[in-house]
Design a binder for this molecule. Sequence first.
Ligand code: GLC
Length: 723
Amino acid sequence: MSGSQPKSRVEALLEQMTLDEKLGQLTMSAEAAAVTGPVAAGGIAEDIRRGAVGSLLNLYGASQVRERQRLAVEHSRLRIPLLIGLDIIHGYRTLFPVGLAEACLFDPQLWEQTAREAAREAAHDGVAMTFAPMLDVARDPRWGRSVEGPGEDPLVAMRLAQAKVRGFQGNDLAAADTLAAVAKHYCAYGAVTAGREYASADVSERSVLEVHLPAFAAAVAAGVTAVMPAFIDLGGVPLTAHQQMLRGWLRGRLGFDGVIISDYNSIGELLQHGVASDLTEAAALALRAGVDIDMMSNAYRRGLPAALERGLVDMPLIDAAVRRVLRLKEQLGLFDDPYRRGASTEAPAARLQRRSLARRVAARAIVLLTHRDEVLPLSARTRCLAVLGPLADAAGEMRGSWWAAADEQECVSVLAGLRAALPAARLLHAPGVPIEGPDDAGFDAALEACDSAEAIILCIGEAALMSGEAASRARLDLPGEQRRFAQAVLEHAASLRKPVIAVLFCGRPLVVPWLMEGADAVLAAWFLGSEAGNAIADVLLGRVSPSGRTAVTWARDVGQVPIFYAQRQGGRPPDPDNPDNHYCSRYIDVPIQPQFPFGHGLSYGRFVLSDLHISPAVLQQTDSLEVQVTLSNQGARAAEETVFLFIHDRVASVARPVLELKEWTRVELAAGDSRRVVLRVPAGALSFPGADMCPVFEPGEVEILVGPCADRARLLAGRVRLI
Ligand code: GLC
């Protein structure tokens, strides 16, 4: 910096800061508005006054935030404003569907819009940062955090990343309605061994490169302000101390120069990982790896002074971290006006519009998994319904596992949604059994309710907290006595010749083949947020045709997981149609096919694809591939279809997955309508990491496959030749 230029605010502050004040800016302490980790902080007010803490999490409410901000800005020596963060994963006070459910929309515009709305709502309450988007690609539904993420596909994860960063951060990060986004959990957290929470991930470099990194690269390209390393170790090196992944890849190769925030207490937990013998070593490992903010372990404040003395770190390393934190606060406008977020309240109309968006998005997140005999949609003249199951009148459960500031009183249950949609109908409600536990005293009342009903709505599944953090499950069946209850209802309804529509609430695909067989329709309703009940009623009554497509492969048996469509076929590929082929990839006790493939989802239309055309026939790397297909709705109702474009590079220098998603589009068609659908893919998207992990665009034939899901039998196929 030349002598003539005035020092920047950040440099001027750095020069004045004591070591304790610098370490304070590298420390994030948890308040108690939410509990999201194993240790709690105390003495926060005094720490703020002393400049010993620079950020807070789990605090919201305009007045509460203002009170803490005032301590920093008016009572600390250097008056550096606080950064206030919260987990706004799928909404703040108005909840949208959980991450995995939103992924089923395959709609980047809506993904961005819900993040924009969540940012507006939270920033009006004083929050300036969200620990989202959660970008962990997951292919093992035993892992509880599958519910928060983008599903199994890296392209979906990339587009979610872009949309969410844009939505949260808006066009002006200093504006009063924006949040700093934090891409998390970097990376491969979704690959934990056996789906067990916090377990190690041992995945190949190729898998890291092709599956787990792309979403973070997309987030960085979209301008994400911060990244959070995962709790876990990747191949024995905890991500919190992973020099190669943080300094090498994230900052080096991806050029990320924002803030790296540790996960909750994860620097301190380097001792449990067995890579540090004390907090000093742990703090040095994390700082050297590039972690700037220590969330809730106190390792930086307690360990870095000794690390300096022992020569494990130096002051320039500390200054670089402090500089990034102060720069982020500057970007957020916190120095210009620390009270900007939370200074004004929202107009009531804004909250109403947000609720109607939540309802629209929730309806589109519903995946109609099975549907026979046209039992849906129900008639608006329905006079009597049995609304059964432990999730029928469970407004609080609709929130999912990260509900931020949402009040369960403001959530709509299935029962309430149906009551509002069918004011003249009799709704006979009986939970039958609790979500979990042995109590089956409610069976009889529930079965009795079927007798006078025209149809049965059976609301079953998991509690919200049976997925999310620290909620892996070894079994993927219905908890408690629900299976026995549901089978009793199915049997009784069959004797009455009445349809059963099952609404399945879950944070991951549940293994319930008997329900898929026995019910007349099954909807995956995940956890849909504040407007769950209204959205489910909209779909059940045909106001909205279901258009959700599952963003994860749905296992038929827990023994199949991890299960996903983009697998390499190996030297003895599966041969499920040829039972005489002994030496092929299979199980001897369970079919190899999933219950439902990635992208599966029915609608109230009936779609047919025809006339595939691919151009050009010969593709150079600078070209763009154009694929056309005719989509017809031969059903009796308007509906929306998602058309996926996959490729399969049959012969390449590295064995390639049997299907790779490269594009998709959504098309709404009236009954009887047809449309020529065009999908375009830049030829460069057909390159892949070669044997040396560097991108290659290899000459040769590539299959192009277009259709409604990752089931090759349902795809139209053609070829293109790369030169
Ligand atoms: C939790 C989660 C992380 C969250 C953080 C703060 O343990 O792992 O996703 O953002 O702590 O609540």
